[in-house]
Design a binder for this molecule. Structure first.
Ligand code: SF4
Ligand code: MG
Length: 325
């Protein structure tokens, strides 16, 4: 299978400035600090981690919405990080984002047809009025809404319906890759499964590729082909879905997995709850050595000083932990 997206040693750092007249950089927030992964055409790679781990920042960098400090993001072989404005506009037809908050990301005073049609208008694809209206009706049907909803306002819809509208808007330009940033986190649990099913059906029908960002492992279980677990700006484990749930290797993955109550749990590690010490440290002060050592229940002496690189253990299953080196 061909890689549609390849991320190589991506860093997104933000300077912290102080001073009124003479601004001086006093620190650096290392939001994304050396992330590498690839995504094959037609698959779903989920990126999972607690808030502050850099997953959304990674998503925004993939979208060319945020400047990356270093590294490469290759979309169909072209480096997104060096795109000109014109190239970025074309890129936007191929890669779209679905946002977390269906309340905040849609203007409640806009009609649904204008929300969904906006990307088409931006790209000048609204000239043939009949084709344009037909396209909006088709998009609504694709996400399980009725075409006559086009005339209603976003505030008239429930959270789940709004997220469907957000998905329809993201699909308007027929992208091949969707970056979905916690698209179901704001929804009731009962609605989450419905929206996940819409994503799955659309993927089958349209051959879409997803980068699916989430903060826990319960949500992504039924949609992922592979999962990357992020901690403090790095990927600490990446594996095929079943490998990750059945034989999680990194102590952080084991802890995340033990925290989710999945009905059909088959992971050994999830039988015992692993409670992590403390909060995720600030990306302003990343711990030395293994960045997880301050919270790791099985940390060793060398974990404090030696940074474990990613190493592969089994096909496509890579982990950054001294327990395996
Ligand atoms: Fe824990 Fe050490 Fe592995 Fe880091 S390298 S996850 S501190 S055992
Ligand atoms: Mg986020």
């Amino acid at each position: 299978m061909e890689d549609i997206l390849k991320v190589e040693d991506l860093q997104v750092h933000f300077p912290v400035m102080k001073g009124v007249l003479f601004k001086k950089q006093v620190a650096t927030v290392k939001a994304v600090d050396g992330v590498s992964f690839s995504v094959q055409r037609g698959e779903t790679l989920s990126v999972v981690g607690e808030s502050g781990c850099g997953k959304s920042t990674t998503g925004l960098a993939l979208m060319h919405m945020l400047h990356s400090t270093s590294g490469r993001i290759l979309f169909e072989g072209q480096d997104v990080t060096s795109f000109s404005c014109a190239q970025a506009k074309q890129f936007r037809r191929r890669v779209q984002m679905v946002y977390q908050d269906p309340y905040g990301s849609l203007n409640p005073r806009m009609k649904v047809k204008d929300i969904i049609g906006e990307p088409l208008q931006v790209h000048g694809l609204d000239k043939d009025r009949q084709a344009y209206e037909q396209r909006i009706a088709d998009l609504l049907r694709m996400v399980g809404l009725l075409p006559d909803m086009a005339e209603r306002y976003a505030h008239e819809f429930s959270g789940g319906q709004r997220q469907r509208i957000g998905i329809a808007r993201a699909l308007a330009l027929e992208p091949s890759l969707l970056v979905c940033d916690e698209p179901v986190s704001a929804l009731d649990v009962s609605i989450q499964a419905q929206v996940i099913n819409i994503f799955k059906n659309l993927q089958k029908r349209l051959g879409l590729t997803y980068v699916f960002i989430a903060h826990d492992l319960a949500v992504v279980r039924h949609i992922s082909d592979r999962i990357a677990v992020m901690y403090l700006g790095r990927v600490v484990e990446i594996a095929a879905r079943d490998d990750l749930y059945q034989t999680p290797k990194h102590p952080y993955t084991q802890a995340l997995l033990s925290a989710v109550l999945v009905a059909d749990v088959d992971a050994e590690a999830s039988k015992e709850r692993v409670v992590l010490k403390g909060e995720i440290p600030s990306p302003l002060r990343i711990p030395s050595g293994c960045r997880f050592h301050t919270r790791c229940p099985v940390a060793m002496e060398r974990c404090k000083t030696q940074d474990p690189g990613m190493s592969e253990h089994g096909r496509g299953h890579a982990v950054a932990c001294h327990l395996y080196t």
